[in-house]
Design a protein around this ligand. Structure first.
Ligand code: TMP
Length: 219
């Protein structure tokens, strides 16, 4: 049995988690076993690393190289502890971010050399790569507005990434555009400015067209 691996990518506020939830529900209704994950995180070890990366009060001095290695330490654990067994068991794996986030955030965003970024990713994932990547696309201004309103509703929750300057997010936006153009067979760009239900329908069309036969029959 071999499952199907879908990663979701996009700016802060692009609606990934809402869309992953809707897709998971629909896949389950169609008879699939679904494993829902997020990065960094998704395992007990990965969730501790996530805290260090995002919220720890001791993470101010973190260097880009440390960030690269921690992201991929979390990923190496997730791939071996969860993703490979789930795919071997025939699951559809939905992952909120995967290695494209490292290419874009640590490569384009932090400016680390791309050959270094790619070799660390290779060590973490080996052959385990998404069959399909859905890139939820929203303009930077929309992302900023959503980020600010989210911060407003949770003033005590500090997130080291959300604190970055605007030029960082401009490089992220450019990075996503470039990786999507370079790999159009795997990466599908979805206009995520539309209503939630419309975005879900667009996602479902891409997924149903790519999934192996049983789910297509169950559409
Ligand atoms: P999120 O779960 O709210 O999307 O937060 C994860 C943050 O971590 C987000 O700002 C993107 C960032 N990130 C990286 O910088 N590199 C990575 O490889 C991954 C998976 C996430």
């Amino acid at each position: 049995m071999s499952g199907f691996f879908i990663s979701f990518e996009g700016n802060e506020g692009s609606g990934k988690s809402t869309q992953i939830g809707l897709l998971a529900e629909r896949l389950r209704r169609a008879g699939w076993s679904v494993t829902q994950l997020r990065e960094p995180g998704g395992t007990p070890i990965g969730e501790e690393i996530r805290h260090t990366l995002k919220h720890s009060s001791a993470n101010h001095a973190m260097t880009p190289e440390t960030e690269l290695l921690l992201m991929n330490a979390s990923r190496a654990q997730l791939v071996r502890e969860v993703i490979r067994p789930a795919l071997a068991g025939g699951h559809v794996v939905l992952c909120d971010r995967f290695y494209d986030s490292t290419v874009v955030y640590q490569g384009y965003g932090r400016g680390l050399p791309m050959n270094l970024v790619l070799s660390i990713i290779e060590a973490a994932v080996g052959e385990t790569r998404p069959d399909l990547t859905l890139l939820l696309d929203i303009p930077l201004a929309t992302s900023e507005l959503r980020r600010i309103s989210r911060q407003g509703s949770q003033p005590a929750v500090r997130d080291r990434f959300e604190e970055a300057e605007r030029s960082f997010f401009e490089r992220i936006e450019r990075g996503y555009r470039q990786i999507a153009a370079a790999d159009p067979r795997r990466i599908q760009v979805v206009d995520a400015t539309r209503a939630v239900a419309e975005v879900h329908e667009a996602i479902w069309q891409w997924v149903a067209a790519r999934l192996p036969a049983p789910a297509r029959g169950a559409r």
